[in-house]
Design a protein around this ligand. Structure first.
Ligand code: PAF
Length: 281
């Protein structure tokens, strides 16, 4: 039977007990409104750990003042059902005050890898992500934590932070889960009408197009970027925030494909800001 824990103190006590029994803890931090992407992370955690702990917390410090914190979709009952079916043992479900009590004033900034891409249009976003994830690691005390490549820059920020701050645990990144037509799964897809969803498909199509051009020998980054942008600009109602190709590991800017690279895109479709990315071979 899945167990919901609401305080850091109890979660830490449970994690300590599990560790003293020699159990390997796998964790999946989430903001809830679970979809198949989250489920794939939980299933992997189930496969390789003894105990699976997820967190559900819509973290206010990673939202900007004009972003969608208030209307971010929530469905605790549905989430618990899905988590139980995926074999989750514990759900850490703290309140805002539990995570950020009065007087709270400590934040983590991961420097270079947080710059540009989503960091440019969401200036405090990765500071909020790094802070809450570090707190969740200290509370859930996992041996392994699972994140989706869908939030690729976030994954790189978390990998860097874990290494730099000597968290004694492993970060596992897993591939983006897509609908059969290529649309990347995201809780924010819930904001899209049918016609907006159709327009939003241009993102994955643009990435696929650039990927196949690269696979056929095109190495020039500006050419790949322009080709991909054209596909999105032809889809009415989609406004590109950024579309770039970066080094696949460091996310540094590159001008030519010489090794593993990543094309990353963010765009506004209706009320949603969507992101997607793919590896460029
Ligand atoms: O990817 C998310 O859902 C969130 O950014 C995370 C990692 C749970 C931190 O709030």
């Amino acid at each position: 039977m899945i167990q919901v824990i609401e305080t850091a103190e109890e979660m830490q006590r449970v994690a300590d007990r599990l560790r003293s029994e020699g159990k390997k803890i796998g964790c999946v931090p989430t903001m809830g409104f679970l979809h198949e992407g989250h489920i794939s992370l939980m299933q992997k955690a189930r496969e390789v750990s003894d105990v699976v702990v997820i967190s559900i917390f819509v973290n206010p410090t990673q939202f900007g003042p004009s972003e969608d914190l208030e209307r971010y979709p929530r469905d605790l009952e549905g989430d618990l059902k899905k988590a139980e079916e995926a074999g989750v043992d514990y759900v850490y479900f703290p309140s805002n005050v539990e995570m950020y009590p009065e007087g709270y004033q400590t934040y983590i900034t991961v420097e270079d890898v947080s710059q540009g891409l989503c960091g440019a249009s969401r200036p405090a976003h990765f500071r909020g992500v790094a802070t809450v994830v570090a707190k969740l690691f200290n509370i859930m005390k996992p041996h392994m934590a699972f994140f989706g490549e869908k939030d690729y820059q976030q994954l790189k920020v978390i990998e860097r932070m874990t290494k730099d701050l000597n968290f004694d645990m492993e970060i596992v990144g897993l591939p983006t889960i897509r609908e059969p037509d290529g649309m990347a799964l995201s809780s924010r897809n819930a904001y899209l009408s049918d016609s907006e969803r159709e327009q939003a498909l241009s993102l994955s199509r643009a990435l696929e197009h650039a990927r196949s051009l690269a696979a056929n020998g095109e190495r020039r980054v500006p050419v790949l970027v322009e080709e991909a942008k054209e596909i999105i600009n032809n889809a009415q109602g989609v406004k590109i925030d950024y579309l770039e190709i970066r080094d696949g590991q460091t996310l540094e800017e590159i001008h030519e494909i010489k090794g593993p690279a990543r094309m990353l895109v963010a765009a506004y479709v209706g009320k949603a800001r969507l992101i997607d990315n793919m590896s460029i071979p």
